[in-house]
Write a protein that binds this ligand. Sequence first.
Ligand code: PSU
Ligand code: MN
Length: 303
Amino acid sequence: MPNTATDLSPEVREALASGTPVVALESTIIAHGLPRPRNLHVARELEERVRAAGAVPATIAVLDGRVRVGLADEGLERVARDPSMRKLGHRDLAPALASGASGATTVSATAFVAASAGIRVFATGGLGGVHRGWAETQDESADLRLLSEVGVTVVCAGVKSILDVPATLQRLETLGVGVVGYRTDHFPGFYLASSGEPVDWRTDTPEEVAAVMRAQDALGGPRASLVVANPVADEDQLDPGLHDRVLARALEAADREGVSGQAVTPFLLDRLTRWTEGASLEANLAAVRGNVTLAARVAAAYA
Ligand code: PSU
Ligand code: MN
């Protein structure tokens, strides 16, 4: 149920009440995953894409100590432009509310808020997961555990390729999170069309994804989330050789500079963007665009 800390926009409230499909969008990708000022254009474009595919977008963030589901343009502007926006995972929500802070929500916080608002379908670029070097740092994104608890359908281009992808897939299995490829037999590689890892289940239409969701409902009991792994098109992917070379440099730099905790993911994404002269950014955007459109179609097929 919507809690007393959450404000739904009038448009989102109406859509939920009337059964119009709604797609939740996270805001960390806007505030901390994409360079300014392009991020604001992207935030608006993603909402437009959801609308064009027949659903209502609900970008989620925390503004002045209130959880907001569905941002007016002024809210999108704040998220994109204000450098003091914090990065809020699920566990950060309560302290942010109590102190009146403002911040962008990660997949973990967004999935939690979306589920409690009654929004089933959610789109992002790439999920967080198990970081390389986990044995030393124990760095595993809270995205994974939250997905095991909240029962949303998240459309993504797999997990970020800066991570340990096989280990992340293993954790998704342990946590009971469903994974289906979308028009692929391979788990996508975020910037790359394939991570090289296989997926056990494949879907080819939004209706087939919706059928999996209905089967989850029919099974009853606590529902884990469903990851719909939607690869970037081959022609939009980052050159795999360039990806591997630049990622190796970026991981080395993070290590040398002692980057840790919440800063790791934004640091690596930024170095990839800079050191590929923007090519990784274009691949990231192509992935997010495709995910947002597919999420809207899935939401419509399920509605
Ligand atoms: N997808 C993108 N760019 C991003 C993210 C996802 O294309 O920046 C964000 C999501 O908000 C995700 C977060 O939850 O990165 C993971 O951060 P961490 O590894 O610190 O949990
Ligand atoms: Mn982390």
